[in-house]
Design a protein around this ligand. Structure first.
Ligand SMILES: *Cc1c(COP(=O)(O)O)cnc(C)c1O
Length: 450
């Protein structure tokens, strides 16, 4: 008997971020093609991709404008070494990014995935201080529950036990600052009464460690992998000032938040701050091709600019850095964002979605909080909304809801017991209504309303 596609998959493939034994009960879904928010499997069943395929798909699958741009580029040039060489798509993309990134960002270093953009930022900050006569500044600060990727350096500025704990012996010794936790605010404040009391933790850490610290890295406004934890712009404003006061570089990892995900082009824009380094990936190519960019200020760039013999160059490279197909896709994304007024329209959709989510989920006895920023809406499920006591993690409630939602044709991949929508920015209200219905059914199947 011929093997099924699923069997052939499991014979050789080790999937990312999965316990492979789980595939015994939930085999891989073999996707044949995509169109807009929809993915179609090989049996013709369709799924609404409400998580944008790992938050990368910014403007729908097989977007005609992006497809055309890649096709066009494909017949000109697929790849060229990016040391000493350049090409039109990279040059135009850098020009475009210079227009839209925060004001102090001036230079763009191309890499090929999010984690490597973060590694690059860390190495740059270390070398920046080394070459500025401050070699003692070689440690990094980060927020607890932060996520910056899976490579060793990126993991060690993340502090989510789930991904990082086991590898502790391999990691750098970084300083982990208690992150804001707005849903379970230890100061008893609400989002309305907050004045960032929790910022004291950062102030204490800087007082003690700033002298040995090169940079602080954060996910601005939204700690995504932590369960879509949202914190106020004021925290970022204060952090920018603190970094300036203590001569510490600020790295904003906007790999997840960039390109309109939080309602503005970048999350930094809402705090009106300009980081020293900005890391971009995911939505950059619309989720088409692996590419990332580490964007830096003139000041950092200048510390590397010298005669070759001084040995100050940044000798960091990735084979696929500046890949022309990726740049062509990224340029097409920018064109669509601009010409189709995507951010404005997404903003209107977002306000509507907030009301609809509250209406559909607000009364469920296990819904602790529905939080939102831009089109991202997250529902934190709890045992008791009064006490905010979490559900028993051993029950894997989120995973059970995920499996149910798949039956209803929705790809809802919870973070623990946090369900979330993070759809392409051009999703329609009809599609969102379908997603809400399927998510609500799946939730109520697993956690009945009465
Ligand atoms: C996804 C993500 C990364 C890692 O990007 P990869 O391309 O998966 O290596 C880093 N930081 C944040 C905030 C992310 O969401």
């Amino acid at each position: 008997m011929a093997l099924t596609m699923e069997e052939r998959d499991l014979r050789y493939i080790w999937h990312p971020c999965s316990q492979m034994k789980d595939y015994e009960t939930l085999p891989p879904m073999v996707i044949d093609h995509g169109q807009g928010v929809w993915l179609y499997d090989i049996y013709g069943k369709r799924y609404l991709d409400i998580v944008s395929s790992w938050w990368a798909n910014l403007l729908g699958h097989c977007n005609p404008d992006i497809n055309a741009a890649i096709r066009d580029q494909l017949d000109r040039l697929e790849h060229v070494i990016f040391a000493n060489f350049a090409h039109r798509p990279a040059i135009e993309l850098a020009e475009r990014l210079a227009e839209i990134t925060p004001p102090k960002i001036r230079k763009f270093h191309f890499n090929d995935n999010g984690s490597s953009a973060v590694e690059c930022a860390l190495k740059m900050c270390f070398q920046y201080y080394l070459q500025s006569g401050k070699p003692q500044k070689k440690r990094f600060m980060c927020l607890t529950e932060g996520y910056h990727g899976e490579t060793i350096g990126a993991l060690s500025v993340g502090s989510m036990d789930l991904y990082a704990k086991m590898y502790q012996p391999m990691m750098m010794d970084n300083i982990h600052v208690e992150a804001p936790d707005c849903y379970r605010c230890p100061y008893g404040k609400t989002r309305e009464t907050c004045s960032c009391e929790c910022f004291a933790a950062a102030e204490n850490a800087f007082r003690e460690h700033a002298g040995e610290t090169a940079a602080m890295i954060v996910e601005p406004l939204l700690q995504g992998s932590a369960g879509m934890r949202i914190y106020p712009p004021l925290y970022l404003k204060k952090l920018r000032m603190l970094c300036d006061r203590y001569d510490v570089r600020l790295i904003c990892d906007e790999i997840a938040t960039g390109f309109g995900r939080t309602g503005t082009m970048f999350a930094c824009d809402q705090a009106e701050i300009s980081p020293d380094i900005l890391c971009l990936s995911k939505g950059l190519t619309g989720g088409y091709l692996p590419m990332s960019i580490t964007c830096v200020t003139e000041e950092i760039y200048d510390a590397f600019y010298a005669d070759y013999s001084e040995g100050k160059a940044f000798l960091h490279s990735h084979t696929y850095a500046g890949n022309p197909l990726g740049c062509a896709a990224a340029l097409a994304v920018q064109k669509v964002l601009r010409e189709q007024h995507i951010l404005q329209k997404a903003g209107q959709t977002a306000s509507w979605l907030t009301r609809e989510m509250d209406r559909a989920f607000g009364h469920h006895p296990n819904v602790g909080e529905i939080r939102h920023i831009g089109l991202i809406h997250a529902i934190e499920l709890v045992r008791d909304p009064e006490t905010k006591a979490p559900l028993d993690p051993a029950r894997r409630t989120g995973y059970a809801i995920y499996k149910k939602a798949l039956e209803y044709g929705l790809i809802l991949r919870p973070l623990g017991d946090v369900l979330y929508f993070n759809p392409p920015l051009n999703i329609t209200r009809e599609e969102l209504t379908q997603a809400i219905e399927a998510a609500h059914r799946a939730l109520c199947d697993i956690l009945p309303e009465t």
